[in-house]
Design a protein around this ligand. Structure first.
Ligand SMILES: Nc1nc2c(ncn2[C@@H]2O[C@H](COP(=O)(O)OP(=O)(O)OP(=O)(O)O)[C@@H](O)[C@H]2O)c(=O)[nH]1
Ligand SMILES: [Mg+2]
Length: 330
């Protein structure tokens, strides 16, 4: 990927990776082409973008039939980020959703219990995070809805089964299936440098059913038959072992920080529900979350937090820190 691409380019690239309709793809690609620096070093990228734009235009005209890939399926986003549970059948994806949220998915000791995505909210400290359970992926099936959700997720948890001897082989099939598509697991979320159509979403492997008496040996089988370049965690959805650590890791991976607001009229901040923004976001981004007009009319704010003296006066470009309290003045 050429250096010195603008922040707008990277933002559009992210939108392209997450696009669920031809319209969204086309508008993201058009921004990418507009933003790419025009010189010899980017000739290849420009050509690829132009080609993708003409294909996306065909797709828009045919209502998505030209590629048949995008579904336009939408699941409303909620909370500080979306975490998708995927994997081979019967590994305990639904049981994990049940253990981590208040959702009540069907859990069954047979494959293909889950037939459609089901969201639930997980509370970590005072932050709500959306988890989404999905139907299983095998060498035969990887439905386009799950594919779209994977591309759009902030984090994917690939669930592996430590209680079945078939586990490592089914996981192998699952990984091979992903490799045969353009939607893959990665150490970080990005588009492939050599093929912009291939999307990686940051992922963790979760070895579930660690309560099984033979879990240790099966773990070794995974290492032998299915080596993976991804970080992993061992948990049990039924005994809850490892789940607290998993929650912490999920929060860490979302890379969000929380900000509490305080009205100039009241003495106490509102600690009930923090606003969450990506690390590196500014006060202006926080104001935008609260209300568009607040961002438009933003002049100053006072901040209480770990990186500033109490009540420091700041402007919209102030980079917020975790657990900052801000009092916005218009
Ligand atoms: N011993 C043990 N069994 C578990 C654990 N988690 C799930 N199970 C069992 O594994 C079986 C499958 O669980 P599900 O949650 O339905 O699995 P799934 O991955 O959602 O399955 P599909 O929807 O078919 O893909 C059920 O019988 C669960 O009770 C665990 O941590 N330990
Ligand atoms: Mg299920």
């Amino acid at each position: 990927m050429p250096a010195n691409l603008t922040p707008q380019y990277h933002k559009a690239e992210e939108a392209y990776r997450r696009a669920t309709s031809p319209d969204e793809e086309l508008s993201a690609l058009q921004v990418m082409l507009r933003e790419v620096p025009k010189h010899k070093g980017t000739d290849k990228l420009q050509a690829e973008l132009k080609q993708k734009i003409s294909r996306a235009k065909e797709d828009v005209q045919s209502g998505g039939k030209a590629s048949g890939k995008r579904t336009g399926y939408r699941l409303p986003s909620q909370g500080a980020g979306r975490v998708l549970l995927v994997g081979p059948p019967n590994t305990g994806k639904s049981q994990l959703l049940k253990a981590l949220t208040r959702a009540e998915p069907a859990v069954g000791d047979y494959p293909f219990t889950t037939v459609e995505p089901l969201p639930g909210m997980m509370l970590f400290e005072d932050v709500q995070i959306q988890l989404v359970d999905t139907p299983p992926i095998t060498s035969d099936v990887f439905d386009p809805v799950t594919q779209g959700l994977m591309r759009g997720a902030d984090l994917v948890l690939a669930i592996a089964d430590l209680a079945s001897d078939d586990g490592p082989f089914e996981f192998q099939d699952f990984m091979a299936k992903l490799e045969s598509t353009k939607t893959r697991l990665g150490r970080e979320s990005k588009l492939d440098e050599n093929d912009l159509g291939v999307s990686y979403t940051q992922s963790l492997v979760i070895f579930n059913k660690s309560d099984d008496p033979n879990a240790g040996e099966r773990g070794e089988l995974y290492e032998e038959f299915c080596p993976m370049d991804l970080e992993s965690h061992h948990v049990s959805a039924t005994t809850a072992s490892g789940l607290e650590e998993l929650k912490q890791e999920i929060f860490r991976r979302l890379d969000v920080i929380r900000v509490y607001t305080k009205s100039p009229k009241s003495k106490e901040p509102d600690f009930d529900k923090p606003f969450t923004v990506k690390r590196g976001a500014t006060l202006l981004d926080v104001a935008e979350l609260i209300h568009h007009d607040l961002a438009k009319n933003l002049k100053n704010a006072r901040v209480w937090g770990s990186q500033v003296h109490d009540g420091t006066m700041v402007k919209g470009d102030y980079v917020v820190s975790d657990r900052d309290i801000v009092e916005i003045q218009q």
